[in-house]
Design a protein around this ligand. Sequence first.
Ligand SMILES: Cc1ncc(COP(=O)(O)O)c(C=O)c1O
Length: 375
Amino acid sequence: MSTFLPFTRPSIDEQTIAEVAEVLRSGWLASGPKVKAFEAALSTYFGGRPVRTQTSATASLEHALLACGIGAGDEVIVPAMSFVASANVVVRTGARPVFVDVDLDTRSIDLDQAEAAISARTRAIMPVHLAGLPVDLDRVYALAERHGLRVIEDAAQALGSSYRGRRIGSSGDLVCFSFHPNKNITSIEGGAVVGGSSEEVRELELHRFHGQARIAADQVETYFAGGKANLSDVAACVGLGQLRQLEAFTARRRELVARYFALWGEEPPLRLPARGDAGHNWHMFAALLPLDRLRIDRAEFIAAMAARGVGIGVHYPAIHLFSAYRALGYREGQFPNAERIGRETVTLPLFPAMSDSDPERVVTAAREVLRGAMQ
Ligand SMILES: Cc1ncc(COP(=O)(O)O)c(C=O)c1O
């Protein structure tokens, strides 16, 4: 029996491990030279735009909203299908998330619904590049310009993706990335905001460190009661080592996905995700189960796959159906595609260290389970 194949796993090379050991011996563990170097390397990657890191993309998104002055009384348009952080950060600023549906196959925000949802209170729109597949940014920014909105791109999953040949993050308004271990590169935990005016970049710096700044060699000032979300040098060192490998990681993901599509063939027994184009970083490969034709439910499918040594993820439940959002007045039936994805989605294993034969192992196991469960 071969070893268990998880749905994702980070790849940390020996060089990075050795560099982390050096940081641990250096005496400087919290934000220092490695954080500066990581931000500089990311800025170069994004064509020279400003980059400020935080301890998570959740903090990045929240601080990006706050840096735009978004808060109580404001509305932000958010897709109902994303990781819950996309909406939680809006609530945490005091603003209201206004959900709209997504496309069933691309999982991208429905921009017609987004435009229809704009009110006098709308301040921003948060497109999410789910699974790394870029949202139609030309349309997003045209809509934002027409209505005077800020755009906070949730690019947590989109490092390495490009839209019309331009790297996600290299243009646009405020673009937020995640370096959680499940993402295409990791800093253990971590996130970054790319972009912003010099005033907004300063706001980002204040928000990640107590609302405080140095005003003289022996004096600091605290402008507001800020929290704390500064990255450590240990984390930044891991991030630097990972960034060196980003191109190779992305290329490997694309190879594995090409294999998945070839193996599933013309009539797959589950609904495959949109292929996108060459700019897709393939953060995840999430398909929809044909639950109405199966005698088993999703939990049983996951258990049957686990019994065959294959890990399956669920990304994500529709956000508006969580009790925290029902309490804001949202209910079942409002966003049918997000709800269907939430019920049927299964994430198949996809990470750079997978072997050439792993996709076949996954597809064979899934075909076997589905064949045995068809009504
Ligand atoms: C779409 C999306 N947004 C935000 C986040 C939050 O990222 P982090 O875990 O770095 O806070 C995630 C992480 O899963 C995500 O997938």
